[in-house]
Design a protein around this ligand. Structure first.
Ligand code: FES
Length: 125
């Protein structure tokens, strides 16, 4: 368990994010963060910059737990932010959860220490 205090920011209602769509939260610290909602009401948050050439992932097409970048069609996993092979790279991921219908985002800390994103960190060199 971490000793850091977790700060969650209420970024709005889940129902205000369209299914298979996204909305953008503008973070003063990190820039735009895309918050995605899947067909099954899964919620994921990634920096709104494609690891290819910075395309706005929030404007991409969500399918399953992936988003297709609107610029050149790279597929990015919503859970880990990683580009699907053979493409390489990773969009920064942020912790997000839904609490009583409200979307709560942890903007102070990037989720980079979890095992599933280790490969993204290693590719970011
Ligand atoms: S900028 Fe996203 S695929 Fe090129």
């Amino acid at each position: 368990m971490s000793d850091a205090v977790e700060t969650w920011t209420n970024v709005g209602r889940l129902e205000d994010i369209p299914r298979l769509g996204a909305r953008v939260y503008r973070s003063a610290r990190h820039g735009d963060i895309a918050i995605f909602r899947t067909a099954a009401d899964g919620v994921f948050a990634l920096l709104d910059r494609c690891p290819h050439k910075g395309g706005p992932l929030s404007q991409g097409i969500v399918f399953g737990e992936q988003v297709a970048c609107p610029l050149h069609g790279w597929t990015i996993g919503l859970a880990d932010g990683a580009a699907v092979a053979p493409d390489r790279g990773c969009a920064r991921r942020f912790a997000v959860r839904v609490d009583a219908g409200q979307v709560m985002l942890q903007v102070d800390r990037r989720v980079q220490d979890e095992p599933e994103v280790e490969r993204c960190v290693s590719q970011a060199t």
